[in-house]
Ligand binder design. Structure first.
Ligand SMILES: C[S@@+](CC[C@H](N)C(=O)[O-])C[C@H]1O[C@@H](n2cnc3c(N)ncnc32)[C@H](O)[C@@H]1O
Length: 395
């Protein structure tokens, strides 16, 4: 390819002048050649170049191979072109980066290539430490079943065989599922191998903050928030990032491993007097209740009943069953707000809406009906939905 050789200090001005005239080759790189820099010329660039480029030397130089733009372009390093073609449409485009981890799901048609896919994805995403096959969430703690497939060790991408030959503590550290994510400037410690967390819910968290701010405005004071399925506490971390938004607080989960990370995330946001390790729910400081608890029993505690302005119910497969047990946590004779998430098939939505309108009342004056809003597809037949209910209990 033709290149214009320019003294290093003139690189930027020459680059801009070529670009203005459309004479820079698209997607080609500026090359180094000792004290000179080689600017790649487009096919439209006249030969020889007129002023102000005349007098500068033109050279023929080889551009390096272009950087692959998709992970799939790296797969031929591990899988033959015929096999790639035969499975077209199944190779997983989507993946979930979580801090320095990469999680991806696999259709059954290509599960036999799990190792090769992990190596190619890891080679492509340079900031990633380890790649895992995400086999979906399981059990009442909704924790993902993660199969470790590849990791980056001393700058090299290695697979299962090499991982097995490492010292056990090196291997354990490399494949640890503990990490840290950042959402709109809010750091959250996570461990998707032991406690539920999904980046995909971050928009829900932003909307929760919006609603919490609106409730604070309406009540004219910091609000008391109950998040009894809080996991590692991402929704609370976002709300706590707003000064004086939260007053009293209930942060609990049934999974001790989630509470372990919750303590780290709350401490980072300025919640004090927390225990060093996960313990059963207790009042760690006046009005602030943190720890392991079964949400179904919380309202039996007179210290918690009738105390909260905002209730979050994020147990999407059981929300409707749990909801009546949690409403007694809400304050009486004042506006309160419930935000909940439900996994539902489209055919069931009318019935669920009727049930929500039956359970969630009396509504605050002028409040819209608490009906499901589609948020994102959950699987091929179901949706993750959200409802929001502005309530006002008289007694
Ligand atoms: C879908 S996750 C939501 C976690 C968190 N709110 C978030 O958005 O990341 C549901 C959480 O509920 C917890 N959980 C399940 N059953 C529970 C119960 N009976 N009481 C309290 N927490 C429960 C699970 O451990 C899990 O962390």
């Amino acid at each position: 390819m033709r290149h214009l050789s320019v003294p290093k200090r003139q690189t930027q001005s020459m680059f801009l002048q070529l670009a203005e005239r459309g004479w820079l080759a698209p997607r080609a790189r500026v090359l180094e050649a000792g004290e000179e820099r080689l600017l790649p010329l487009s096919e439209e660039a006249p030969a020889p170049l007129p002023a102000p480029f005349e007098g500068l030397e033109e050279v023929d130089a080889e551009q390096p191979a272009p950087f692959p733009r998709r992970w799939l372009e790296r797969l031929p390093q591990w899988v033959s072109e015929e096999e790639i073609k035969a499975n077209e449409g199944y190779w997983p485009n989507a993946q979930e980066p979580l801090g320095d981890l990469l999680l991806f799901k696999l259709e059954k048609e290509i599960q036999q290539y799990a190792q090769e896919i992990a190596l190619a994805k890891l080679a492509h995403h340079r900031g990633v430490r380890a790649a895992f096959w995400d086999r979906g969430v399981e059990g009442e703690f909704r924790v993902r079943n993660l199969e470790p497939l590849a990791a980056r060790h001393d700058g090299e991408v290695i697979g299962r065989v090499e991982l097995d030959s490492l010292e056990p503590d090196v291997r354990t550290e490399l494949l640890s599922t503990r990490s840290r994510v950042r959402e709109h400037g809010v750091d959250i410690d996570i461990d998707p191998g032991t406690a539920f967390f999904s980046h995909r819910l971050q928009t829900e968290r932003f909307r929760t903050v919006d609603s919490a701010l609106a409730l604070k405005e309406r009540l004219g004071r910091p609000i008391a928030v109950a998040d009894p399925y809080c996991g590692v506490g991402p929704a609370l971390a976002h709300m706590l990032a707003h000064t004086d938004l939260i007053g009293d607080l209930l942060a609990s989960d049934l999974n001790p491993k989630a509470v372990e990370l919750l303590l780290v995330n709350l401490a980072r946001k300025g919640v004090t007097d927390l225990p060093d390790r996960p313990e059963p729910l207790s009042e760690v400081s006046p009005g602030r209740f943190v720890g392991i608890a079964d949400a179904l029993t919380l309202a039996d505690d007179p210290a918690l009943a009738g105390r909260f302005d905002l209730l979050l119910i994020n147990l999407p497969h059981d929300t409707l069953h749990h909801l009546p047990h949690l409403l007694p946590l809400l304050r009486r004779r004042s506006t309160s707000l419930v935000r909940g998430w439900v996994v539902a098939a489209e055919d069931d939505m009318d019935e669920i809406n009727a049930e929500l309108m039956e359970v969630l009342r009396p509504l605050a004056q002028g409040a819209p009906p608490p009906i499901l809003e589609l948020r994102r597809p959950y699987n091929v037949t179901e949706w993750l939905c959200r409802f929001e209910a502005w309530l006002e209990f008289s007694t």
